[in-house]
Design a protein around this ligand. Structure first.
Ligand code: NAD
Length: 505
């Protein structure tokens, strides 16, 4: 296994081009700076040093990109599905070839550890392959018999779309939104998050090299309030696929109202992991720890609320705390690291503020709760567990998006369900019990788009992904992605000479 020193040297070679040349937009087949020449700096979460200058796109850049996507749309939409499939597989092949570069750049741009990011590029490639294989059938519909009528449905791509992604695992999430859009026959403008734009740029390069026609996929970097907002308001953009915070989702809905945008939202979560006394506690503790402390806790599906049967509360929270204390926090490229630095000092401040809020609210810090002095002096925060909490506390209700877990006891199943559902969010839930009837009953009433029983989050691409309540609108995965990126048309053929009402004669 390579050492940290070797990994850092390798990362420097991958990052050198960004430091030297910056990050340009890509519009209508051409790399270009932002129209006013403006740019912003991104910093490393490890040592807070500048990593690159990034084009700061604004309304004029979005307009250019949207027009390019509109011009490219008819040809791309009309392309045989097999041709789209072939190009998307070429993109997947190229992702696999550059997997190491993508992983290293992602680690340094986001602070996520190599342990988890090593596979991120491969998961991105799988996303492309999965939707590539479905491209030839994407237009298929149903035939529906009526009396004297045969209905035939078909689907066609909705048009140019906007894709707006967050900073936490930007590569994987970009592929997750972009691959189905392209497979469906849509063209697009992608606006990555301003904290971590580097791997979106690598992905763009890969698509260009794979032979994607110009204008089909355009990349505009910039801030949410500028480039993001302009994209959601642009009249040529038919739909917005968005992943990010719930309050940004509501802003986008308002911004897109005048142009009647179709929206797909994957938003925040404060997901319960519910542990009953009859569960396999060792496995439940491993899973709860994995789901809150992997990916630095910067994960929409993290199990950030731990609801535990009061009879095992002490024992179980001690098991979690012991595991949390052994987790290694360190440089993202250290092969031993589980938790790397948080993405940015602004986010670190938010997480530390929540830890202070939890203490003021009267919860008990069972472990963690401090900033750590890690390599490079970046945004390191210790894995944190609050016990003695109740569901009305802010640390139980609000998404912290860091390695902070809030543990709450419940006295019986009914109370567990009340606590689990007493929240604005409804993304995922995790249930641990050996009673299968209870698992059915509980999952039936738990308000969440995705629930895992006796498991951590194990993603299966054909299944629907998305949240209820303030966690989202719409579903991704399988055919659900095509429902968003495509319009369904119904054509009714008369099969009889039926009587037509005669008016005016
Ligand atoms: P964010 O909402 O701050 O930003 C996401 C993106 O939206 C960025 O590209 C940003 O520039 C853009 N944006 C911001 N304001 C905008 C505006 N007014 N108009 C258009 N675009 C705008 O989110 P974040 O902090 O980057 O990411 C963390 C959030 O993402 C968390 O809430 C997390 O739960 C959520 N998330 C959800 C999922 C999911 O699948 N449900 C997955 C990953 C992350």
């Amino acid at each position: 296994m390579a050492t940290l020193t070797q990994n850092i040297a390798k990362a420097e070679t991958f990052l050198g081009r960004f430091l030297k040349y910056g990050v340009m937009n890509h519009i209508n087949g051409e790399d270009m700076p932002a129209s006013e020449g403006s740019y912003f700096e991104i910093i490393s979460p490890v040592d807070l040093k500048v990593m690159a200058h990034v084009a700061r796109g604004k309304a004029a850049d979005i307009d250019r990109a949207a027009k390019a996507a509109k011009a490219a749309f008819p040809a791309w939409a009309a392309l045989n599905g097999d041709n789209r499939k072939a190009i998307l597989h070429k993109i997947a092949d190229a992702i696999v070839k550059r997997a190491e570069e993508i992983a290293f750049v992602e680690c340094m741009d986001t602070g996520q550890s190599l342990r988890f990011m090593a596979k991120a590029a491969l998961r991105g490639a799988e996303n492309f392959r999965f939707f590539a294989d479905r491209a030839p059938d994407a237009r298929d519909g149903k035939s529906i018999y009526g009396i004297g009528q045969l209905n035939v449905t078909s689907r066609s791509p909705i048009g140019p779309v906007g894709v707006i992604t967050p900073w936490n695992t930007p590569f994987m999430l970009s592929t997750w939104k972009i691959a189905p859009a392209l497979a469906a026959g849509c063209t697009l403008v992608h606006k990555p998050a301003e904290f971590s734009p580097l791997t979106a740029r690598l992905l763009m390069d890969i698509a260009v090299e794979a032979g994607l026609p110009k204008g089909v996929w355009n990349l505009v970097n910039g801030f949410g309030e500028e480039a993001g907002r302009a994209l959601t308001e642009h009249p040529d953009i038919r739909a917005i696929g968005f992943v990010g915070e719930s309050r940004t989702g509501s802003m986008i809905m308002r911004q897109g109202a005048d142009t009647l945008k179709r929206v797909h939202f994957e938003l925040g979560g404060k997901n319960p992991v519910v542990v009953f006394a009859d569960a396999d506690l060792e496995r439940a503790a491993d899973a709860a720890v994995f789901m809150i402390y992997s990916l630095n806790g910067e994960r929409c599906t993290s199990s950030s609320r731990l609801l535990v049967d009061a009879s095992i509360y002490e024992k179980f929270t001690t098991m979690v705390a012991e595991r949390a204390k052994r987790i290694k926090v360190g440089h993202p490229l250290d092969p031993e690291t589980v938790i790397g630095p948080l993405i940015h000092p602004v986010h670190e401040k938010k997480v530390l503020e929540y830890i202070a809020i939890g203490q003021r609210e009267g919860a008990v810090l069972a472990t963690g709760g401090t900033k750590l002095n890690g390599p490079g002096g970046g945004c390191y925060v210790a894995p944190t567990l609050f016990t003695g909490a109740h569901n009305k506390m802010r640390i139980a209700q609000e998404e912290i998006f860091g390695p902070v877990l809030t543990a709450i006891p419940f006295k019986d199943e009914a109370e567990a369900l009340d606590l689990a559902n007493d929240i604005q969010y409804g993304l995922t839930g995790y249930i641990w019990t050996s009673d299968v009837t209870r698992a059915f009953r509980f999952s039936d009433h738990l308000q969440a788009g995705m629930i895992w029983v006796n498991s951590e989050n194990v993603r299966h691409l054909p299944t629907p992904f998305g949240g209820t309540k303030n966690s989202g609108i719409g579903r991704d995965g399988g055919d659900w992605s095509f429902d968003f990126y495509m319009e369904t048309k119904n054509v009714a053929f008369a099969t009889q000479s039926h009587k037509i009402p005669k008016l005016g004669g």
